[in-house]
Design a binder for this molecule. Structure first.
Ligand code: NDP
Length: 235
């Protein structure tokens, strides 16, 4: 018999927002599964069971979902948090770099959503919470491909939300401002930056740094995710 304990699955829980969100969901009473591309190297988190996941690999996505269902019997909440940035002026980013970012930020969300939805439909309930960004709503110079990926996440999420409501499932968005995590260091950068953009790039970097200074923290973003997962107001 399936357990009645609610299960939350957080992608990219090895650092930053995902890590804080996994811990906040444990505190909120969920059984929490976190993922990393190499779970054996992730710092253990109290109450979080780690599995391997690379959202760019179809086989990795289906193996993960099978493992979680096999072990815990259900998935009530999916947090599509795994994501990376791409810095650089539009003409500096190669198509391969842009594809790489879309493969994680957009197709990763789609692969996970497709794999988890049948289980939520069978359960008759579920919440899929997608980490977009303030850049899913506004433009961001020197971040065009990243911005485009998050706008894609917005359109996909809101559309699927309308498809699945009748099955008791909702697809919800969390849109953080600049948040101090490993995100910037983990972002892809142009191989050969064009000098013509140096001055404007410096200004854009200052704007980004200021946004992180005055922006969200992993803990405030985690509170927004828990509120979305539990249909409550952020505490
Ligand atoms: P981090 O770089 O700290 O964390 C990113 C996570 O994504 C890591 O845990 C990493 O796990 C995982 N990841 C990367 N590539 C893959 C992959 N191919 N498959 C599976 N997991 C992967 O960044 P943040 O915590 O800041 O970012 C989390 C989310 O929040 C992202 O979607 C980001 O776009 C969004 N966001 C961030 C903001 C910020 O300013 N930091 C602002 C707005 C939104 P591992 O390396 O262990 O596999």
């Amino acid at each position: 018999m399936a357990s009645t304990q609610q299960v939350a699955l957080v992608t990219g829980a090895s650092s930053g927002i995902g890590r804080e969100t996994a811990l906040a969901l444990v505190k909120a009473g969920f059984t929490v599964v976190g993922t990393s591309r190499d779970a054996s190297r992730s710092t253990p988190l109290d109450g979080v069971t780690f599995f391997d996941l690379d959202v760019t690999e179809e086989a990795s996505v289906s193996a993960l979902v099978e493992q979680v269902i096999g072990r815990f019997g259900r998935i009530d909440v999916l947090v599509n948090n795994a994501g990376i940035g791409l810095m650089g002026a539009a003409e500096e980013n190669s198509v391969a770099q842009v594809r790489g970012v879309f493969d994680i930020n957009v197709f990763g969300v789609m692969r996970m959503t497709k794999a988890v939805l049948p289980h939520m439909r069978a359960l008759g309930r579920g919440r899929i919470i997608n980490l977009s960004s303030v850049y899913g709503l506004i433009p961001g110079p020197y971040l065009a491909a990243y911005v485009a990926s998050k706008h894609a996440v917005e359109g996909y999420s809101e559309s699927v939300d309308h498809e699945v409501r009748e099955h008791g499932v909702r697809v919800l968005l969390v849109e953080p401002g600049g948040t101090n995590t490993g995100f910037e260091a983990n972002s892809t950068r142009p191989d050969s930056p064009l000098r013509v953009y140096d001055k404007q790039r410096r200004i854009a970097e200052q704007v980004l740094a200021a946004a992180v200074e005055g922006g969200d923290t992993p803990a405030t973003v985690a509170r927004a995710v828990v509120a979305a997962a539990t249909d409550s107001k952020p505490k």
